[in-house]
Design a protein around this ligand. Structure first.
Ligand code: ZN
Ligand code: ZN
Length: 245
């Protein structure tokens, strides 16, 4: 199943060409992902408020394209202040060392997923799946609580600890212009022992996400869901697939 852009995503893939970055709603962009930058990338989102905040960074091969896409939408990558990492897997963290080297954004991740990034652990980052290596990379801020709020001007970006896929997975949401936008990258799993996944945690986390009643879901691999009903249906479909409802 796919979100509203998934049809366009697959057509782009068939043609072997890439889509342009898209503004999903005022100030929120999709800059990268399987059909935008590189088939190995998890989706890369940008929040453009008083500062530029990236959510995830692709698998590492597409940093030039991600930066070019920031410029294409008329923004200056020098204003990148933060990268919020939803979890420690290579398709989400791979671009961090190079983006950090060029623009010095602060790197945020949950404390439970931080060691994999700091050690460049090949199993926990899943870099072996992608036949690559991830260099040990320091992070700047480690989340420790079930909910952490980042203030950007008047706006609040909420980082929720949502373990399940990995122990330190987070989901991020913010309310903008009357809409609640939820970034839930690998909400769909998979749940694997080698990732330290937990079905019990995942059940609890996805219940919390349903309670948010988000208007828009920005997913990590399958696109964007743009109504409350589509967001709910998406989460419920995986809850049924994992046998928790
Ligand atoms: Zn992923
Ligand atoms: Zn993952």
């Amino acid at each position: 199943m796919g979100g509203v852009y998934s049809g366009r995503f697959s057509r782009a893939k068939e043609k072997g060409n890439y889509l342009k970055p898209i503004e999903l709603i005022d100030n929120i962009f999709i800059l990268g992902g399987p059909e935008i930058t590189d088939s190995r990338d998890g989706c890369v989102y940008l929040i453009s408020l008083e500062e530029l905040i990236l959510i995830d960074s692709g698998a590492g091969w597409s940093v030039d394209k991600i930066i070019r896409n920031i410029e294409k939408i008329g923004l200056d990558p020098k204003n990148l202040s933060k990268i919020l990492l939803t979890h420690c897997h290579i398709d989400h963290i791979g671009g961090v060392p190079e983006i950090k080297r060029r623009f010095r954004p602060k790197i945020y991740i949950h404390a439970l997923d931080a060691p994999a990034v700091e050690k460049g652990d090949p199993a926990l980052t899943a870099s072996t799946w992608y036949q690559t290596q991830f260099p040990p990379t320091p992070v700047d801020v480690k989340f420790n609580f079930s909910e952490e709020v980042l203030s950007v001007g008047e706006k609040k970006i909420v980082c929720l600890h949502t373990p399940g896929h990995t122990p330190g997975s987070i989901c991020i949401y913010l309310d903008l212009n009357g809409k609640r936008i939820l970034f839930a990258q690998d909400l769909h799993g998979p749940l694997l022992d080698e990732f330290g996944s937990s079905l019990e945690d995942w059940d609890h986390s996805t219940r919390k996400l349903l309670e948010l009643d988000a208007d828009i879901l920005c997913e990590g691999h399958f696109g964007i869901y743009k109504t409350k009903k589509d967001v709910g249906d998406y989460i419920h479909s995986y809850r049924r697939q994992y046998g928790v409802e």
